[in-house]
Design a protein around this ligand. Structure first.
Ligand SMILES: [Zn+2]
Length: 317
C-alpha cells in the first residue's frame, strides 16, 4: 500500500489541533499514529444531509472531525483528544472490525436497495460489488460521538465512504432521502468527471446510468443546475473569445498535480479570473456562485480542448 497523503481530507483549521494533541498528550504514541499508513483523519466543515469522501489510496481506519460543530467549542481540544484516544482503544468501535453496513443505521438500510434499483443493471452490479466487498462503505450519523466526531476501523480496505446525516434527512420526503443517498453514490463514481464540476457530474452520472431524471427535477437541487447553466455560458464565451484564454493554461497545468485541499485555493482563483473576464465583457450572469463556478469550468473545458488540438497538430505527445 502506498503511503497516504497525511490529512488529505482534513481542513487546515483542524490539523494544528491534531498535531497539538499528538505532541502534548500522546508523545509515545505519536510514532504509532503517524506510522499507520492506512489511517485517514478527515473533517467536515458544513452540516450536510450527506457527504462522501473518496480516498486516493484505500484506508482501514478513519477519524472524522465535525469541525462546524466543534470550531466554537471551548472543549474542542478535549474532543480531539477523545477522537485520537479511540483510535488506540482496542475495545472501542475503532478496535472493532466493521463489515459493510455495520455503521449504517437500520432505518437507512432499506433506502439503499431502492436507490440501487434505479440504476441500470450494468452500474448497479458495479456499485453492489463495491458494497459487498467493503470498498464502498455507507455510514450513518448514529455513530457520531457527542455530535462531534466518529472513528471506525474497517475489516477491509475502503476506497470511498458515504455518510448519511440521518438526523437531518429522516424528516424529509422519501424522494429527498433517495436522492440524498443517490447523489453521493453519483459523486463516488463520477469523481471529477469531464467538466470537473462535482455537483453537476454527480447528477449527470445518475441521469446517464439510471432512472433519476424525475427525482432530480423534483428535489430542485440548485447547485448542479447552476453549475450546468454556467458551464454552457462559460464554454460559449470561450469559443467566442479565444484571445482571452491563454491565462487559463496555468490553472489547467497545476490542477492535476494538486492535493484535494490545495484545489480549493486554485478553484477560488480560477473563479475570480473568469468573473473578472466576464465583468469586462459585461455579462450579467455572475450573480450566483454556482453559475460563477460553472462559467469558470466551462472556460476550462475550452482551454483543455485547445491544448489537445495543439498537441494533435504537433503530432501528438
Ligand atoms: Zn453533492
Amino acid at each position: 500500500m502506498k503511503r497516504l497523503e497525511r490529512f488529505e481530507d482534513c481542513r487546515n483549521d483542524v490539523i494544528p489541533y491534531i498535531e497539538g494533541v499528538l505532541r502534548d498528550f500522546y508523545d509515545e504514541k505519536m510514532q504509532a499514529f503517524l506510522a499507520d499508513e492506512s489511517l485517514q483523519v478527515i473533517s467536515t466543515h458544513k452540516s450536510h444531509y450527506a457527504f462522501r469522501v473518496l480516498f486516493r489510496e484505500p484506508v482501514k481506519s478513519i477519524i472524522c472531525i465535525f469541525w462546524a460543530e466543534l470550531e466554537e467549542d471551548s472543549e474542542k481540544m478535549q474532543c480531539i483528544i477523545n477522537a485520537i484516544g479511540e483510535y488506540f482503544d482496542e475495545d472501542g468501535d475503532i478496535g472493532k472490525k466493521l463489515e459493510p453496513f455495520e455503521c449504517c443505521h437500520n432505518d437507512v438500510r432499506p433506502y439503499i436497495p431502492r436507490v440501487l434499483d434505479r440504476l441500470f443493471p450494468e452500474k448497479r452490479q458495479v456499485v453492489q460489488a463495491d458494497i459487498d466487498n467493503g470498498s464502498l462503505q455507507i455510514i450513518s450519523s448514529h455513530i457520531k460521538k457527542e455530535n462531534r466526531y466518529f472513528t471506525v476501523k474497517f475489516s477491509k480496505p475502503v476506497k470511498s465512504i458515504i455518510y448519511i446525516n440521518w438526523e437531518e434527512l429522516k424528516e424529509k420526503a422519501e424522494e429527498k432521502i433517495i436522492y440524498g443517498i443517490a447523489h453521493e453514490i453519483g459523486h463516488c463514481y463520477a469523481r471529477d468527471g469531464e467538466s470537473r464540476l462535482l455537483e453537476k457530474e454527480a447528477n449527470d452520472w445518475l441521469k446517464r446510468w439510471g432512472n433519476f431524471e424525475d427525482i432530480i427535477e423534483k428535489v430542485e437541487y440548485l447547485a448542479p443546475k447552476g453549475e450546468e447553466e454556467g458551464y454552457t455560458i462559460g464554454y460559449e464565451w470561450a469559443m467566442k473569445n479565444p484571445e482571452e484564454l491563454s491565462k487559463y493554461n496555468c490553472f489547467l497545468k497545476l490542477w492535476n498535480d494538486l492535493k484535494r485541499r490545495e484545489k480549493d485555493g486554485l478553484e477560488e482563483e480560477l473563479i475570480q479570473q473568469a468573473k473578472s473576464d466576464f465583468v469586462r465583457t459585461k455579462s450579467d450572469k455572475t450573480d450566483n456562485e454556482d453559475i460563477e463556478k460553472g462559467i469558470a469550468y466551462g472556460v476550462m473545458k475550452r482551454v483543455r480542448e485547445i491544448l489537445e488540438e495543439k498537441n494533435i497538430g504537433k503530432g501528438g505527445d
